[in-house]
Ligand binder design. Structure first.
Ligand code: SF4
Ligand code: SF4
Ligand code: FES
Length: 529
């Protein structure tokens, strides 16, 4: 009979000095859930094991645990046919009462801070009539009402890892649930959400991936609350105002310090003989164009080595991502109009693939712009790709003759790449094409660099703590290189590595942009004009 191994966290504070893991092998059967497996162990192997359960149908939220380091419901998580072993831990950010049972009090405490109930203004005159509400008035709260208070999002929250004053995602879900309810008269709830850390979230979406009820936490809750905060003049925060002014003054999120790549390279780049296998419009984004010109050169080199002709329009503007992330949605029109008008002009000439090199731009173009373009009645006659996605899926990628790169590395999967719906495997597969790279698996993807959501501007110390924690996780794995493909991540990591070195701490590894590494493996970059 086929078996599956469960490695389970055990800790009884009365008897044990410290927690440990115990391993149990159980027979596998079709439709086996992790909760079934825990029950099998309790009934047949070890009756001392403690865990919670109730409905067994993803309704009560009691069975939430971490499975392979991610918060989820044990009753909803199937043990797949090919699964050899799984690790089950208690939820993170709570005190362990025993084994997999935790004290959820901190979760409920944060929830109470947003007054998770309908507040009625009793001074409103009673009419003696029923108060009728149309279904559309409650539409926004529908998804939010699905929360079953399981605590998985709180467990997996990156900000809570480094700042326990943050109220956590579920409290924000609850706040919006009542803010969007027309019966609620609590005028101070939104200000309370800002006070409790609405802007401390780098929108990495880890909570949303943990949520068993698929609640739209990042865009639907956090960014929506930020939008409402701007409408009510509770935001932008002073530091975000500076950021906005800088984008408005300079056309980009970072000021020009060196010649931008769009001025260094010609508008049309084709440095190979014969017909191209494809032509693309390359959108570099502010950071790569203005600060990371070497990454721009690397991407162009990869395209040239693969016979892809590149169009590099100089007149594009910032993608507007910083505005969207902090709730300034109403300021987006010029960014959408200018960029989409350029993309549509190229599309009319047959260049219909727009490839972005920055994951933040990609996520914004893919998820925010189409909705905004519809609102502004702007057509979208092109498709958006990320560079890694494009070279892995849309062309015949040249991989023979790549130079050996002897490194022991870990891949940092940027949250914006994940938010674009692009799988981590796309980038892992590409990295593994380079001979000599030994890739060490990250204990769990979804760790945050702290660079997103306006956190770096408003709460730089919090952003640094997140970046340091990510680097320490990498360091503990004994690697010499952290590879990523988001310029925000690279800047965040470079900043804290520099800080550590200044303090005399030898880190012994480097952070590199994936495209630079891939380009190096191909050989020399194209000439810059
Ligand atoms: S996006 Fe990340 S930091 Fe923000 S609430 Fe969710 S898990 Fe926490
Ligand atoms: S938002 Fe989702 S993950 Fe968080 S407590 Fe509610 S149901 Fe659980
Ligand atoms: S037992 Fe109720 S949600 Fe799993």
């Amino acid at each position: 009979m086929k078996e599956v191994k469960l490695i389970i966290f055990r800790y009884d504070p009365v008897k044990d000095d410290r927690p440990h893991y115990e391993t149990y092998s159980i027979p596998r059967r079709d439709g086996l859930t992790v909760l079934d497996a825990l029950n099998y162990i309790k009934e047949n192997i070890d009756s001392s094991i403690s865990f919670r359960q109730g409905c067994r149908s993803a309704i009560c939220g009691s069975c939430a645990v971490r499975i392979d380091k991610r918060g989820c419901l044990a009753c909803k998580t199937m043990i797949g046919e090919d699964t050899q072993e799984i690790t089950v831990d208690p939820l993170n950010h709570y005190k362990v009462i025993r084994d997999l049972v935790v004290d959820l009090e901190p979760f409920y405490e944060r929830m109470k801070q947003v007054q998770p109930y309908l507040v009625r203004n009793n001074t409103v005159a009673m009419t003696g009539k029923e108060m009728l509400i149309k279904p559309e008035d409650l539409a926004e709260a529908k998804n939010l009402r699905d929360c079953i208070l399981c605590g998985s999002c709180f467990s997996d929250c990156n900000t809570l890892d480094v700042d326990n004053t943050f109220c956590g995602p579920a409290a924000l879900v609850k706040a919006l649930r009542f803010i969007s309810d027309p019966r609620d008269n609590n005028e101070g709830r939104l200000a309370q959400a800002v006070e409790l850390g609405l802007y401390k979230c780098p929108v990495d979406q880890e909570c949303e991936f943990a949520c068993p009820k698929e609640i739209n936490i990042r865009r639907g809750t956090i960014e929506r609350l930020r939008y409402l905060a701007v409408q009510k003049e509770l935001a932008p925060l002073p530091e975000h105002k500076k950021l906005i002014n800088s984008v408005l003054d300079t056309g980009g999120i970072v000021p020009v310090k060196a010649k931008p790549a769009t001025e260094t390279f010609p508008e049309y780049i084709k440095e190979f003989d014969g017909e191209p296998q494809a032509e693309v419009l390359l959108f570099l984004g502010c950071i790569i164009n203005r600060r990371k010109q070497n990454v721009a050169a690397a991407i162009i080199n990869i395209f040239q080595k693969n016979r892809i002709a590149v169009h590099l329009p100089g007149k594009v503007t910032c993608c507007g991502s910083p505005f969207m992330r902090i709730g300034q949605r109403d300021s987006m029109r010029p960014f959408v109009e200018k960029n989409f008008s350029i993309f549509n002009d190229y599309a009319a000439r047959g260049i219909t693939n727009v490839v972005t090199s920055c994951s933040g731009c990609n996520s914004t173009f893919r998820h925010d712009f189409p909705k905004l373009a519809r609102e502004f009645d702007i057509p979208m006659n092109f498709r958006i790709y990320d560079v890694g996605e494009y070279i892995s899926k849309k062309i015949v990628l040249k991989v023979e003759g790549l130079k050996k790169t002897n490194i022991r590395a870990m891949y940092h999967y940027p949250c914006h790449i994940r938010a674009s719906g692009l799988a981590e495997d796309i980038y892992i597969d590409l990295i593994q094409r380079i001979p000599g790279v030994e890739l060490v698996k990250v204990p769990k993807s979804g760790y945050c660099c702290g660079g997103g959501g306006g956190v770096r501007a408003a709460f730089p110390e919090l952003a640094d703590r997140l970046a340091v924690r990510r680097i320490e996780i990498a360091k503990e794995s004994g690697i010499d290189t952290l590879i990523t493909n988001c310029p925000f991540c690279v800047l965040s990591f470079e900043r804290v590595l520099g800080m550590k070195e200044e303090m005399g701490e030898k880190m012994g590894f480097m952070v590199i942009d994936f495209y630079e590494m891939f380009s190096e493996a191909y050989g020399s970059s194209p000439e810059q004009g």
